[in-house]
Ligand binder design. Sequence first.
Ligand SMILES: Nc1ncnc2c1ncn2[C@@H]1O[C@H](COP(=O)(O)OP(=O)(O)O)[C@@H](O)[C@H]1O
Ligand SMILES: [Mg+2]
Length: 403
Amino acid sequence: MSSKRITTIGVVFGGRSVEHDVSIVTGQQVMRAFDKEQFEVVPIYIDRDGKWFTGDALRDLKSFEQPVHTLDGVQEVVLSPNTNHHGLIVNPLPSGLFGKSQIKRLDVIFPALHGTHGEDGTIQGLCELADIAYTGCGVLASALANDKIVSKVVLRQHSIPVLDAVSLSRAEWEQAPDRAVAHILSVLKFPVFVKPATLGSSIGVARADDEAMLRRHIDIASSFDRRILVEAAFTGGVEINCAVIGSDPDIEASVLEQPITWEEFLSFEAKYLQGGEGMKSAERIIPAPLTEAMTHEIQEIAVRAFQAIDGHGTARIDFLVEPETGEIYLNEINTLPGSLAFYLWQEKGMSARDVVEKLVKVAQAAQAEKRRNTYNYQTSLVSLTAARGLKGVKGTKHSTSAE
Ligand SMILES: Nc1ncnc2c1ncn2[C@@H]1O[C@H](COP(=O)(O)OP(=O)(O)O)[C@@H](O)[C@H]1O
Ligand SMILES: [Mg+2]
């Protein structure tokens, strides 16, 4: 009998995001990837309204066809920010005679959420408060990569090629649309892409070929987000994605994929797939058909971009590329890509199990590193202030109460 300690992993999926359903699938893939001998996997599902649940039924995709609270053994939970709990409070609001709260301690949290409230630094912040190790990028890298406007500024500062763009706020647009259009057209030529700063899954993203379309698309994008990006369109190229894994200075790049976009899809299918191969293989070409030199250049930029945002764990980095001219632009960094891009690591001989185990190791190393920081700094401020009275203390004279 081995006395190896079992690590308890809370896999969080679902979430208050337009990518809720994709996240359920990613969550199931992640839970299945773990070796049950070494890990106890705790499913943690956040519904569309933001309620949290745990229970064995959440390990089955079919369970999500009905409201999960109706399922046997499924209980409400919250992830406690209290470091003493170090995990979940199960049944946080006990009701009825036998209702009782319990603590379920977690060693590591594995966010398998996409988009808002999951890929944007928010759940990462909760894990920080709880002082629990968590996989993937930290608060800063997550929030940065999720913001198409700020990430462009940071990447450009690190000499990573990005397309020219103009940003504007909803208020600027509503107050002076003509001025905004004039400014955009003084910097960019048509066609352009209009995007909400922080959504994913192409929601609100549209190409504008003239001024009327530009105005219409900004109207739409500004209904999704308070800040909008208008970017030069990259025409005639292809999309190329590259995943990275690890943490600085040990970051590895995956093989490249060329996802098939919808227009290309039909012609691609007509050309290559008449033999009746499954749709799945038609979604992407792996490895992407690029020269070795270009492949290396993209992998090198992907690693540098991950370092630039202080990335940890993994990300899938998406590029717009023109294979003929060798032009490469980084389009966006997805810190929690669908399926965690497991399929890209397979090509390098890394199974989904290898990927999740590596992410847990990186998470634990990051936590150990954090433990080296000093958070406690003893001063005599409080006792001195108590002795002198609050009156003279800077900033407290006109203290306002919280709203
Ligand atoms: N500047 C651009 N030029 C050409 N195509 C673009 C450009 N920006 C976005 N696209 C297309 O739109 C898609 C969605 O845009 P993206 O920035 O990736 O947003 P999302 O976060 O929603 O995935 C891209 O995958 C690409 O096909
Ligand atoms: Mg994208």
